[in-house]
Design a protein around this ligand. Structure first.
Ligand code: ADP
Ligand code: ASP
Ligand code: MG
Length: 431
């Protein structure tokens, strides 16, 4: 009978220093001694990816994406080699593999490639030979043999995809907080760790700015029903289980409050209110592979209207340029950008069976005099666009409104008390 296989992914902070790398190696070796096969996926050391990106941007405003991929992939190569060296140093046989050596094939979309196929043969052989296999996350190769990367936070997706490809028994995501929280624990001190989150909720949370997991990793896990555990590399707390929604699972109305400040609103004003206008605007954006988030069209006055949409701030420059090109054809009177916005969202599977949730959200915001510019909803989410400067305040207000704070839980006799606090952050942005 084959042995159990566990995939463990360690994020940037977890391998951020030599001391941390030694600690991580000890944890991996401990798991290995329990008699299971271990496959490790590592991120670049904290701050490394940003550092490399900054260097490229100092040279060019729009560096070639193929070259960016080769550049960024080096961060994960370094950490995979260092973790392997640390494992060998404590007598644990280990070998590192880059994305290419792992046989991780992607499409050709440089800087945000999608995984097409994984040839796990080489990794399997090393595992059979009793080695820990340490894979450089975030990277693969396309069919031309060029290095590709999977988008920021992509090591999470590498880990889940490898767990699926190698039929692992579980996939553990080690990070610098104790699990998935009701809000970013580094922003909302009162945020509470969740014990279980459904794939659907986690996908919403991830797409709304909870960067603890890359959204694609959750999509992958959901499609292949691979349970994920998010836990801290600093302690032995059990973390958060992300799995299929279970009817027996307790379903709070709202499980989390998320905000995203990296959004921009673009308004195309004075367009004729006639068929085909929206199709032209969004067709042009789609042709450039830009994904739009929220869309709003004003009530028309004298057969003219304004169309506004939001998208990731990183794509706003390109989108605005495209809009300025199509504006004359549409006989629009102008194109404007507003980057001083934030999207604030509440997520919860329990929304399906509760009414009045939106009203409570709007009431909470209005009590603080926060104006709502746009609203969008899904079955288990409500999002509002507000002024950027109110993002943190709105998060705290909604957190309180829906009773998500630790205090609220402690007074609930059925719930377990929260044991530990998130680790203090050493880095500002992603690794
Ligand atoms: P890693 O380098 O381990 O991949 P990330 O920085 O990508 O770590 O993700 C972990 C961070 O995600 C946490 O430090 C926390 O600030 C942030 N975060 C945002 N929202 C949440 C949330 N709802 N629950 C937990 N962490 C969150
Ligand atoms: N190092 C990459 C990033 O910072 C990938 C990852 O950490 O998952 O986005
Ligand atoms: Mg991450």
């Amino acid at each position: 009978m084959s042995r159990r296989l566990i995939v463990q992914k360690y994020g940037g902070t977890s391998v951020g220093t030599i001391e941390r790398i030694r600690k991580v190696a000890e944890r991996i070796a401990r798991t290995k001694r329990e008699g299971v096969d271990v496959m490790v996926v590592v991120s670049a050391m904290a701050g490394e990816t940003d550092k490399l990106l900054n260097m490229a941007r100092q040279i060019s405003e729009s560096p070639n994406r193929r070259e960016i991929d080769l550049l960024l992939s080096s961060g994960e190569r370094i950490s995979s080699a260092l973790v392997t060296i640390a494992l060998n140093a404590i007598g644990c046989p280990a070998v590192s593999l880059t994305g290419r050596q792992m046989g991780l094939l992607t499409d050709n979309t440089h800087t945000r490639a999608r995984i097409k196929q994984i040839d796990g043969a080489r990794a399997r052989k090393f595992l059979q030979e009793n080695h820990v296999v340490v894979v450089a996350g975030f990277q693969g190769i396309n069919e031309r043999g060029d290095v590709t990367t999977l988008g920021r936070g992509g090591s999470d997706t590498s880990a889940v995809a490898l767990a699926v490809a190698l039929n692992a028994d579980s996939c553990e995501i080690y990070t610098d907080v104790d699990g998935v929280y009701t809000s970013d624990p580094n922003v909302v001190p009162d945020a509470r760790k969740l014990d279980v989150v459904s794939y659907e909720e986690m996908m919403e949370m991830a797409s709304l700015g909870a960067k603890v997991l890359q959204i694609r990793s959750v999509e992958f896990a959901k499609n292949f029903n691979m349970p994920l555990v998010v836990r801290s590399s600093y302690n032995d707390e059990p973390g958060t289980l992300i799995c299929k929604e279970d009817s027996k699972m307790e379903q709070p109305v709202v499980s989390g409050v998320m905000y995203d400040k990296k959004q921009t609103k673009i308004t195309v004003s004075g367009v004729p209110d006639q068929p085909g206008v929206a199709a032209r605007i969004f067709g042009a954006l789609a042709a450039a592979e830009l994904s739009v988030d929220m869309i709003i069209q004003n009530v028309s006055a004298e057969n003219h209207t304004d169309i506004s949409f939001t998208l990731a701030a990183a794509d706003a420059g390109e989108a605005a340029e495209i809009m300025r090109k199509v504006a004359p054809d549409l006989r629009a009177t102008g194109v404007s950008c507003n980057s001083e916005i934030a999207k604030i969202s509440i997520v919860g599977a329990g929304m399906r069976s509760h009414s009045g949730v939106a009203a409570r959200m709007f009431n909470g915001l209005s009590r603080e005099n926060i104006n709502i510019m746009m609203i969008s909803t899904s079955e288990i989410r409500i999002s509002c666009v507000i002024e950027k400067k109110y993002a943190e305040l709105a998060t705290r207000v909604l957190h309180e409104e829906f009773g998500l704070s630790r205090e609220a839980v402690r007074s609930d006799a059925k719930s377990r008390p929260v044991k530990s606090k998130p680790q203090p952050r050493r880095k500002a942005a992603g690794s």
